[in-house]
Ligand binder design. Structure first.
Ligand SMILES: [Mg+2]
Ligand SMILES: [Zn+2]
Length: 222
């Protein structure tokens, strides 16, 4: 009895601290697919930095997300790696230079997460599987239910939906074709944006309303 009391208290305290810590450091994340959203899609794949071309307004858009307080993750299927078309080192080098360029505009990328597997390998990280998202949840304490995923393909949208992220389909890259080929009901499940800038225009008021609701609750509680 004497010994169990402090132990109970200790567990209670640790649990309480854990809850507080989760609340304080849970990350507001925006996941962005790379090809067709950040850079121009190439039917023959981006095989070098010379072939990487930012879509208009993208570095500015990412810096806006950073200023809004979001952690930005780039998530990308790069089966070209395991198909032997582009080496992992080259893909990493392209992504490193992309991040550097975004930083020059004041944006920050928390992490670039890629799946190198071919579809037939049946991995858990190739979108529409949500492995890259759950990896960010694990390594960066992302609250997936509060996160957005911006992509140009149904597999992006599906990955988001599997873990409760809000899916935003942009019409750049393969997005316009993807949108046209979706059944009407599926079209309504996603937010639709012209491009990355436009996607952030959708996120901003939703986040402001959310914060507004939180402070109203706080006011009511006091
Ligand atoms: Mg894409
Ligand atoms: Zn994979």
């Amino acid at each position: 009895m004497v010994a169990s009391f402090p132990l109970c208290n200790l567990i209670g305290l640790v649990t309480a601290l854990g809850l507080i810590a989760v609340e304080v450091i849970a990350i507001m994340a925006v996941f962005i697919d790379r090809d067709g959203v950040i850079n121009r899609n190439r039917p023959d794949h981006v095989k070098s930095w010379g072939e990487f071309e930012f879509l208009p307004g993208v570095p500015e858009a990412v810096s806006r997300l950073t200023r809004m307080g979001h952690d930005v993750f780039v998530i990308s299927n790069q089966a070209v790696v395991n198909r032997g078309i582009v080496s992992r080192e080259t893909v990493d080098e392209i992504n490193r230079r992309m991040v550097e360029e975004i930083e020059r505009w004041g944006g920050r990328i928390a992490a670039v997460l890629i799946c190198p597997h071919r579809p037939e390998e049946g991995c858990s990280c190739r979108k529409p599987m949500p492995g890259l998202l759950t990896e960010a949840q694990r390594t960066h304490n992302v609250d997936l239910s509060e996160a957005y995923l911006i992509g140009d393909f149904p597999s992006d949208m599906e990955a988001a939906q599997r873990v409760g992220c809000t899916p935003i389909l942009v019409l750049t890259g393969r997005g316009e074709d993807a949108f046209r080929s979706l059944p009407a009901q599926r079209q309504q499940e996603y937010l639709i944006a012209a491009d990355l800038q436009d996607a952030i225009d959708l996120i901003e008021p939703r986040e402001r309303l959310k914060n507004c609701a939180v402070s109203l609750e706080e006011t009511a509680a006091t």
